[in-house]
Design a protein around this ligand. Sequence first.
Ligand code: NFS
Ligand code: SF4
Length: 623
Amino acid sequence: QEEIEELSICKDAQIMIEKAEKDGVVTVWDRFKAQQPQCTFCKQGLSCRNCSMGPCRILPGKERSLGVCGANADTIVARNFGRGVAAGAAAHSDHGRDLLETLDAVANSDTQSYEIRDVEKLIRIANELGIKTEGKETLQIAKELADLLLEEFGIKKGNIGFTMRAPEVRRKLWDSLNINPRGIDREVVEMMHRTHMGVDQDPVSLLLHAARVSLSDGWGGSMIATELSDILFGTPKPVESKVNLGVLKKDEVNILVHGHSPIVSEAVLTAVRDKNNIEMAKAAGANGINLAGLCCTGNELLMRQGIPMAGNHLMTELAIATGAVELVIVDYQCIMPGLIPAMNCYHTKMITTSPKAKFPGAEHIEFNVRNARTQAQKLVEMAIELYKKRDKNRVLIPVEPVPMMSGFSNEAILQALGGSLAPLLDAIKSGKIRGVAGLVGCNNPRRKHDYCHVTLTKELIKNDILVLGTGCSAVAMGKAGLYMPEAASLAGPGLSSVCKALNIPPALHVGSCVDNSRILHLCGLVAKELGVDISDLPVAGSAPEWYSEKAISIGLYFVASGVYTVLGVTPNITGSKLVTDLALDGLTNVVGACFAVDTDPHKMAELMINHINKKRKKLNLPV
Ligand code: NFS
Ligand code: SF4
């Protein structure tokens, strides 16, 4: 029991880990244990298998200090890091491309499964990017916007359009460093090129390009994903919902959506809400159909539609272990292949939907822009059939759900502030809100599940720092009750007074991981309003329990945009002193921000608060 409490702070996780063990489900924690000790070369970034003269492992200072080709530790570490950033940026941006292709299909009347739900935002974004909209039909505007954004991925002269959302000083800095991103695909491809044997050997040059790749994600691919998701599915507005495994229902057909893109999950939602399907479920002996989310596609549905959230990254196997889930419908990213043996212990089925992500052992029912509605219908029928096979004696829904507020898009935040940024700026200037922190990223079995997310958030709000959360970090905060206005009682006097006046929580759910672009955009708006650079703002970022390559890209685009970022898990760069020193210090002289690493959330909070105070002093604001 004590051992289980070391793995997660969440009651639902603790209960389910025990049940999983009883039911013979192997979890991420079991496999993590089986992998110990993990390779110290890889951990330090000192192994390379980029070519077939290798693989090479470097022992710096010893006779094996160079790879077969002659590459040294600095080169190899920087190359490995760069490839990680490229993979993460590619994942976010390819997800963005899927939304773009959906918009394109809608614009060409090529689909009946999707529509444009936020015409006002379509026009606003089109205008922002220089498209004239007056007198044009909605679909014509959509077509022009889709064409323009498709260009951002490929060959293009100049820079990615949304980079104009950054203040001019920042853009000039990027230009002077030659890291203002060009086409999104181009930056990723160039990283793969540079890291091929015998191309870029200079760690500084590699890291600068890594920064450019990450910027093409944050201000490019991710931002496109966010803005187009809003246009297609609606811009989030404050909404109340529920979170944790308690959102599963004993007497209903339970369908979980897991993955990232709202394209599949929104189609499933439409089918779940269909009256005929609900009748069909009742005929099968259920009280209805219950849809809940996991990870980021869950965040997408929660933000826009108030669909409850079952859990974050480390909860996915445990959700299946409740024995109450009929169907897990996935698209791509962060879906552990370990879910397949887990679901085989129950009546549960996992369905893959993307041609990009097939899992042996799962059934593949492919979704595209044209067939999404009919495929979703098929899946709901399948879930209803599976409900009949559920073994009620093996069902355990461990806890009651916790209420949470979601839906804080920048548009919603502005509206809560009465239409302008002025009240937020005033609160920051007076010190009622001392600063803003972005808490993002995953869970990682290296860290006690959710402990860092929750402890760090509590420390920050206690110190009057407003917390914006995304991804799996946001789910952790929600489960801890921090996404309700009542949590203002845990905040310092200044932040708590602002929350009470606006009836908002001291930590705001701003979306999925691609929605970190909302935080970048907000930083850009505030910096422009104050006439300063983003690196001058009293803001900080953190990925306390990150695991994924996407999180590396996110961390780097925050830093390259001027936001000091504290990591709770050490990246695999410690094999190079040069790269490590640059990341933890030297970058400040280059982009005005750097990383810090600490595993103790109290120390992480201290680092962020000190940074925010330093920035306040520089802006002549009371500390
Ligand atoms: Ni982000 Fe979302 Fe979660 Fe991490 Fe994975 S779901 S895109 S990568 S694990 S926060
Ligand atoms: Fe070894 Fe160089 Fe090939 Fe890497 S690129 S595997 S260091 S020979």
